[in-house]
Design a protein around this ligand. Sequence first.
Ligand code: GDP
Ligand code: MG
Length: 304
Amino acid sequence: MTDGAKPDTSCGFVALIGAPNVGKSTLVNALVGSKVTIVSRKVQTTRALIRGIVIADHAQIILVDTPGIFSPKRRLDRAMVSTAWSGAYDADLVCVLLDAKVGLDEEADRILSKVAGVDHDKILVINKIDLVPREKLLALAKAANERLVCKDTFMISALSGDGVDDLRAALARMVPAGPFLYPEDQMSDAPMRQLAAEITREKIFQKLHQELPYQSTVETDSWSERKDGSIRIEQTIFVEREGQRKIVLGKGGATVKSIGAEARKELAEITGCPVHLFLFVKVRENWGDDPDRYREMGLEFPRE
Ligand code: GDP
Ligand code: MG
């Protein structure tokens, strides 16, 4: 590129908007090609904005994996919703995801009308096409396009990867011209500490989803690389009540031990290093009303 010439690269933010469980995190992973956000069968495990970065052709696509858009009741939930929407307003492009199997239910409808008010180009992405027959897909695409003006419609399976290459190429064409904002080898700007905390949180959900729905948070207190090439990580699991602390600990510490073992295994896979993980469980009352916790999770603190 010479002075004054049009840059030969492009770069932009793409917000993924869709109902919980529509497959946003799975799609980020499929587009990036490596695990950057946590996939869970449970809804709303993505609390913070996490970006995956894709290089395709001469474009850098920065994906904003928004937390689910849903009807908020608790303060933390409201923070997630407003963060999700601010992600959409800040982006260059908005991908609206629909679940092919669920179709245009009330929630999808609500999202479509709200996205209509976002002043950016929109792309409709119908995900989970592996689950429904073709005729249903075409009908859904037609109905959705009648409700929201989209530049393009893609039918994909984020899980199998079907259609993902086409979508990636289209995003690369659509992001605005400009220099890359992140170094090329950087797949995700989510700090490893945060990723590590998410992994442990996912293991807690897997083990304790009945007893402890969403009332816990995990923070990585320290992350250090040791001379022998291993990584030492210390984390604290915060719960709201003593009873919940007992549940997380389990009999003789058995539950937290197995949570730690699972998390350690996954962290070792991702980092490619032996990992020593130390978990502490603490009670912190009303963490759901503490502004600092929101900042740590990259959320805005709602005033009401
Ligand atoms: P998010 O809440 O929008 O981030 O959704 P996730 O990415 O966590 O996905 C929710 C669930 O849908 C997970 O169990 C995924 O494996 C599943 N899923 C995502 N994409 C597909 C797909 O294309 N096909 C099928 N069959 N399942 C999918
Ligand atoms: Mg998600």
